[in-house]
Design a binder for this molecule. Structure first.
Ligand code: DC
Length: 226
């Protein structure tokens, strides 16, 4: 166990409930929270703004190396500052989701971002969420959770999330986008390590509300002796 506590790695596909679960678990345990997907999103966003292609590995790696991140928990949500600029809302758009998934395929980008994530979690007492936090980032994490949910449920969640931000969206289109991203993300993760980690505990969140998901992960953390 690190100085601040254990490392909890929560991985899973888009819309499986990772972000809310991880944020709430961190707050219940008094741990740090790290949304690793926000880093890939921030990079995608930066490239789009510079007019660079997310498919250009050299440009993406060069931009990644120069990014600074500042994550601030505020009122139950998280504010994301990228190079000092508030990108909280901007990194959630569909265009940025697509760019994030594209930059994430580049090994040079992953090396840079994984190293940053490892630095932030060095002392433990942290909940990380993403795709590879229990494999590439912290293969020795004391607790690894793999969240899953069926695709229709994940599309409904994304739909509600977008509506709550005032963005109209079509459920079938969202379902298609999720399937497409799943396929690309799965291929990326298979290349960068086993997925999920063989010692991860799978929790199916289809039909579970957020309180139940959080309670389950906190219970698993307590079983690790914290
Ligand atoms: O979890 P998310 O939807 O915010 O992640 C955005 C993209 O980044 C997604 O396409 C997968 C990718 N990602 C990744 O490859 N590795 C991570 N640890 C986190 C996210």
């Amino acid at each position: 166990m690190g100085k601040r506590g254990i490392v909890i790695a929560i991985d899973g596909p888009a819309g499986s409930g990772k972000s809310t679960t991880a944020r709430c678990v961190a707050s219940r345990l008094g741990y740090l929270y790290l949304d690793t997907g926000a880093m890939y999103r921030a990079l995608g966003w930066s490239l789009i703004r510079k007019g660079l292609s997310p498919d250009d590995e050299a440009a993406a790696a060069g931009t990644a190396a120069a990014l600074t991140f500042d994550f601030r928990l505020e009122g139950g949500g998280q504010r994301v500052l990228v190079n000092g600029e508030d990108a909280t809302g901007a990194i959630r758009s569909s265009e940025v989701s697509d760019a994030a998934s594209r930059v994430a395929v580049h090994p040079a980008v992953r090396n840079i971002l994984v190293a940053r994530q490892q630095e932030l979690g060095l002392e433990g007492g942290i909940v990380l969420e993403g795709r590879d936090t229990g494999t590439a980032v912290f293969p020795k994490a004391e607790l690894k959770v793999f969240l899953v949910a069926d695709v229709a449920e994940r599309a409904r969640r994304r739909h509600r999330e977008l509506l709550s931000c005032g963005v109209a969206a079509d459920l079938d289109v969202l379902m298609g986008q999720i399937r497409e991203r799943d396929a690309r993300d799965k291929a990326t993760q298979r290349r960068s390590g086993s997925w999920p980690a063989s010692d991860a505990i799978t929790v199916d969140t289809t039909g579970l509300n957020i309180d139940a998901q959080v309670a389950r992960v906190v219970e698993l953390a307590r079983e690790c002796g914290i």
